[in-house]
Design a binder for this molecule. Structure first.
Ligand SMILES: NC(=O)C1=CN([C@@H]2O[C@H](COP(=O)(O)OP(=O)(O)OC[C@H]3O[C@@H](n4cnc5c(N)ncnc54)[C@H](OP(=O)(O)O)[C@@H]3O)[C@@H](O)[C@H]2O)C=CC1
Ligand SMILES: C[C@H]1O[C@H](OP(=O)(O)OP(=O)(O)OC[C@H]2O[C@@H](n3cnc4c(=O)[nH]c(N)nc43)[C@H](O)[C@@H]2O)[C@@H](O)[C@@H](O)C1=O
Length: 329
């Protein structure tokens, strides 16, 4: 068993973290969030470390410990996780709880062992109770039952928040947690079965237009409300937090823009140029009726998003069109 020891590079908690000259590991660099964080870090004076799944399976504890020891990053952004939309979360409960607990536990513990100075853990808005007061504040965590469709993933994410806090408390590590709202953007997962609503609807609506179909099927009632944040805005917020945030509490990262799923489909149709109608498959789950983040704490620190929903969807659609051939393979 590893003996507790202070992290060799540990700094006093509550201080800014200077990225200059640092080695930052973006775990999950090929994903939606990881890719955006790599793009954003290119504007900082730091070295970005990346390793693909083929060279490091993050569910393997010894491999993660060996990689961390060999590469000794100064900071880690944890953008690696098993992620999916409502159907994937609902149908693959064992994979979601197992892989997420394994990946995050391995990274946080190995970071502590290797003396990593700063770790940024990423959770999700689904950590909050299903019927919680809106907008959802950070202190609403664990105040009620979770949404059943994604509780397995949510439990793993809540464990990640507590793990970062525990390593702060016992070992004095500057490990922090950010909770993003629903994300979208270049590099998203456009898989119709496994992905989230925004990329799925972009693809469905685009294909209906190209094939001349008069209707598109939406899952559920179309009534649930979701808040969407453009992924490059998230990446900017994460770099901001990496540098400026050092506290026990997790912090929400949202856009403040809320929309029903039906209105989202109509907005996407406007961007794509589709004039057909929408029908609703109510055998599919709605999930949480509403999940709007209270991002007041982050705003008070001085950070705000830059991209409105329509512009973000237009940029994502351009990316989708540019990459459509590759996505089909
Ligand atoms: N997308 C969203 O709407 C939201 C995402 N988040 C959080 O943001 C983070 C990133 O999500 P997102 O970018 O959307 O997810 P993606 O699925 O786009 O990316 C996840 C990345 O993690 C990697 N990964 C997963 N498991 C392993 C493993 N065992 N070994 C090595 N690499 C692995 C994947 O590698 P590979 O490419 O090989 O599969 C991929 O690069 C997650 O923590 C998620 O919970 C939070 C709120 C909303
Ligand atoms: C980020 C967040 O993402 C997940 O939660 P979610 O927000 O419920 O996920 P979603 O994006 O898949 O769906 C949002 C809404 O949209 C409706 N909907 C309509 N038509 C399609 C459709 O075609 N695909 C999808 N996926 N949804 C559709 C769908 O029925 C639901 O009402 C978590 O599991 C968890 O991963 C998490 O934290």
């Amino acid at each position: 068993m590893t003996e507790p020891r202070p992290a060799p590079t540990s700094r006093p908690l509550g201080q800014p973290f200077d990225l200059t000259g640092k080695r930052v590991w973006v775990a999950g660099h090929r994903g939606l969030v990881g890719g955006a964080v790599v793009r954003r870090l290119a504007r900082e004076d730091c070295a970005v470390l990346c390793v693909g799944r083929e060279d490091l399976d993050l569910t393997r504890q010894q491999a993660v410990e060996a990689w961390m020891e060999a590469n000794r990053p100064d900071a880690v952004v944890m953008a690696a996780a098993l992620v999916g939309g409502i159907k994937a979360n609902d149908r693959r409960s064992a994979e979601f709880i197992h892989q997420n607990l394994a990946v995050q536990t391995n990274i946080i513990h190995a970071a502590w062992q290797a003396g990593v100075g700063k770790v940024l853990f990423l959770g999700s808005s689904c950590i909050y109770p299903r019927d919680v007061a809106q907008p959802m504040r950070e202190d609403a965590l664990l105040s009620g039952p979770l949404e059943p469709t994604n509780q397995w993933y949510a439990i793993a994410k809540i464990a990640g928040i507590r793990m970062a806090q525990a390593y702060r408390r016992q070992y004095g590590c500057d490990y922090i947690s950010a909770m993003p709202t629903n994300l979208y953007g270049p590099g998203d997962n456009f898989d119709l079965d496994g992905g989230h609503v925004l990329p799925a609807l972009l693809r469905k609506i685009h294909e209906a237009k190209v094939e001349g179909r008069g209707e598109v099927v939406l899952w559920g009632s179309g009534a649930p409300l979701r808040e969407f944040l453009y992924v490059d805005d998230l990446a900017d917020a994460l770099v901001f937090l990496l540098k400026a945030y050092s506290a026990d509490d997790h912090i929400n990262v949202g856009s403040g823009e809320e929309i029903t799923i039906k209105a989202l489909a109509e907005t996407i149709a406007g961007v794509v140029g589709y004039e057909g109608r929408f029908v609703f498959d109510t055998t599919m789950p709605d999930g949480t009726p509403r999940k709007l983040m209270d991002s007041g704490r982050l705003a008070a620190l001085g950070w705000r998003p830059a991209t409105d929903l329509r512009s973000g969807i237009a940029a994502t659609y351009r990316w989708f069109l540019d990459n459509a051939e590759r996505l089909r393979q």
